[in-house]
Design a protein around this ligand. Structure first.
Ligand code: DAH
Length: 353
């Protein structure tokens, strides 16, 4: 067979093999088989030198043609296989952007904490600092230093949760322990005055505990915010003005404040503070029990006896204090008639705020 026929036969063999290649690896094997160092076309090209001078130009031309045609067939097929590989990879990785995503439920601050933050914020705006005290407290801070006489009814067992001292140092009969769960945030006042000198402007937010059965207006655990100011020349007028400011910030500019004389052991004089009903504006309706007013806090001028316990000079300084229940404030602000909603954790209630 003439060498050019041999080349043409090899060409069709190569083109058929290229056409049959199904993967890039197949194709590379075909290339090596024909055009590699030991490939069949390479072998023929090497033999061209042994041809006669007449045969050589024709054989050279045909072999170049064959090589080019096989190379371009290889290139075209490689491109085709690469395109197919890319397409199948894309098909395998496809993301259905129309599928609904995974919903991650997002929490939010409990309404009570929102209200406590709001109360603290209002007093921060007046320059008050925030202090905290322990929830497990000594009788001394909860009662004695707050001028509760030894036989004061607030010390009675039904109001206070006592904590049994298990350290073994002291034999404590239940109900006679001097360790208790604080029944109000007022002991925070004593801690602050023990450690700071006037001028003192603080609020003390925190949880308090009482031996009460939960009902619409009582909870065994609830939240108070205490306030204390001690400075030179503080008067009852300062107390009233401060509370009026607080009430307007908290409930709105139209609300009025009323102080009623009251008794607390640690303040003298003392008062309870009412805010005008937001529904009837003070004329009396069902939501304020016909009163026109709603009680929101207790307050008064710090009793000189309390200053005596903490070593502050009552001749030089005067002060006022107040304490409010955050659940009650929140209930009035949002019209929640039953305080138990605030501790039950029912999301149908909590999602409203
Ligand atoms: N501690 C009182 C209570 O829990 C509230 C209170 C009244 C706090 C008068 C005060 C105050 O600071 O001056 O009922």
């Amino acid at each position: 067979m003439a060498i050019s026929d041999e080349l043409r036969a090899l060409e069709s063999e190569a083109l058929a093999a290229v056409g049959a290649a199904e993967t890039l690896e197949d194709l590379e094997a075909v290339r090596i088989g024909f055009l590699g160092k030991k490939g069949s076309l390479t072998a023929i090209l090497r033999g061209l030198g042994g041809l006669s001078a007449e045969e050589r130009p024709e054989a050279g031309r045909v072999s170049n043609e064959v090589r080019r045609s096989v190379e371009s067939a290889l290139d075209a097929k490689r491109e085709e296989l690469e395109r197919a590989a890319r397409a199948s990879r894309i098909a395998a990785e496809v993301v259905d952007v129309t599928l609904p995503g995974r919903a991650r439920p997002l929490g939010h601050q409990h309404v009570l904490h929102q209200v406590v933050d709001e109360i603290v914020e209002i007093f921060s705006g007046l320059g008050y600092r925030v202090a905290e005290g322990p929830e497990v407290e000594l009788d001394y801070y909860n009662f004695t230093a707050l001028n509760h006489p030894a036989d004061h009814p607030a010390r009675a067992l039904q109001d206070t949760f006592y904590v049994k001292d298990l350290s073994g140092d002291r034999a404590v009969v239940e109900g006679e322990s001097d360790v208790l769960l604080r029944t109000h945030t007022s002991p925070g006042q004593v801690h602050v005055m023990e450690t700071q000198q006037p001028p003192i402007y603080v609020v003390v937010p925190g949880k308090v505990y009482r031996r009460d059965v939960a009902d619409p207006s009582h909870l065994p655990q609830f939240t108070q915010v205490e306030g204390l100011v001690v400075d030179e020349g503080i008067t009852f007028g300062d107390l009233k003005g401060t509370l009026e400011h607080f009430v307007r910030e908290m409930f709105g500019p139209d609300r009025r404040v009323r102080l009623r004389p009251h008794f607390f052991p640690f303040t003298e004089p003392s008062a309870e503070v009412d805010v005008s009903c937001g529904i009837c504006g003070g004329s009396g309706c069902r939501s304020c029990g016909g009163e026109g007013w709603l009680e929101i806090l207790g307050c008064g001028m710090v009793d000189p006896n309390v200053f005596g316990y903490v070593g502050i000079d009552p001749e030089k300084y005067t002060g006022f204090a107040f304490g409010m229940g955050a659940e009650r404030i929140a209930g009035l602000k949002y019209g929640v008639p039953d305080l138990r909603h605030f501790i039950e954790g029912d999301t149908r209630f909590l999602h409203q705020f």
